[in-house]
Design a protein around this ligand. Structure first.
Ligand code: FES
Length: 129
């Protein structure tokens, strides 16, 4: 394995690069089809949605006002559970891509968060700040 020492470099001038952290959020069985749940992970406000069997995650921050989307806990979807909905302005975002299709931030997108599901557990990976 190559290290700074391999190249006779001083490690004193090297700035440590923050690593991404993968965090378990919830058991897979606790997020049913059409459900959404919010979390705060290391100060990052995010939410997950199960849609068509898959789990997606976004930062809980509207692209135009940078405020949380929901007024009630874990209520990120519209009545039909086909879109993510801003409860402040009724803006609609596609679940698959987080793209706003109706509302004051039309054509802007939510910020995606990396999410994985394995061993009956859902994990997110928050990029370093
Ligand atoms: S805060 Fe941006 S659509 Fe509601």
């Amino acid at each position: 394995m190559l290290t700074a020492k391999s190249f006779n470099l001083s490690t004193k001038c090297m700035t440590p690069i923050p690593t991404q952290t993968t965090t378990p959020l919830i058991k897979s069985s606790k997020l049913k089809e059409g459900q959404s749940k919010g979390f705060i992970v290391g100060g990052t406000n995010l939410f997950i949605v199960r849609h068509q069997g898959k789990v997606v995650a976004y930062l809980n921050s509207c692209p135009h006002r940078k405020i949380p989307l929901q007024c009630l806990p874990n209520q990120f979807l519209d009545f039909d559970k086909q879109f993510i909905r801003c409860s402040n302005h009724a803006a609609l975002f596609t679940i698959e891509h987080g793209l706003c299709i109706s509302g004051p931030c039309n054509h802007q997108s939510l910020t995606r968060v990396k999410v994985e599901e394995y061993d009956d557990q859902i994990y997110c990976t928050i990029p370093p700040a």
